[in-house]
Design a protein around this ligand. Structure first.
Ligand code: HEC
Length: 159
């Protein structure tokens, strides 16, 4: 009896703790900033970047650092400080390709990252992580969804 009484209120708490589901308005009209991190709902850059934050923390931060520039692996944040250079760093073990566009980075990441399980995430998940990384680098694609064709057109801004 005791367990049930303790359990039931916590269930209620849990159910109320999450964000309130948005009202049933046409999807295109509402900003999906509160969308849960489910790849199926990654319709815009903002939703992707939000989901990507979690995915990055889980799959990449251990080596690249919580902020993308504070890990043992090369930085993925800080384009103005030389992150993601055009040419593979001289010490690169895996990277043989230039990073001209975001698509080049995507190709590299899907084929080699994380090093122990390359290709282990879905395409949507990889692009969510890349959206998060772009956002951390100060890039915002607004209502667009980052995918392969779009990534191929996005030149990496370096100064
Ligand atoms: C076990 C550690 C580890 C994990 C986990 C990991 N990486 Fe890496 N990453 C590396 C190392 C080491 C390199 C350098 C590769 C080389 O020497 O060519 C690298 C290189 C990169 C590069 C290219 C950087 C550059 O300037 O050449 C990108 C982009 C990248 N990783 C993204 C990711 C993403 C996204 C994830 C998560 C899905 C991830 N990595 C997970 C270790 C890791």
């Amino acid at each position: 009896m005791k367990t049930i009484r303790l359990f039931a209120p916590s269930l209620v708490l849990f159910a109320c703790g999450g964000s309130t589901p948005p009202p049933a308005t046409p999807a295109a009209e509402t900003a999906p900033a509160q969308t849960a991190a489910s790849p199926a709902s990654l319709g815009t850059f903002a939703a992707q970047a939000q989901a990507g934050q979690e995915l990055y923390a889980k799959n990449c931060a251990g080596c690249h650092g919580a902020h993308g520039n504070d890990g043992k692996a090369p930085p993925v944040v800080g384009l103005d400080k030389g992150a993601l250079p055009l040419d593979p760093p001289p010490t690169a073990k895996f990277r043989k390709t230039q990073f001209k566009t975001v698509g080049d980075v995507a190709d590299f990441v899907v084929k080699t990252m994380p090093p122990k399980a390359p290709g282990s995430l879905s395409a949507d998940e990889y692009f969510a992580i890349l959206a998060f990384d772009l956002q951390a680098n100060g890039i915002d694609l607004g209502d667009k969804k980052l995918d392969g064709p779009l990534a191929a057109t996005l030149e990496i801004p370096r100064k």
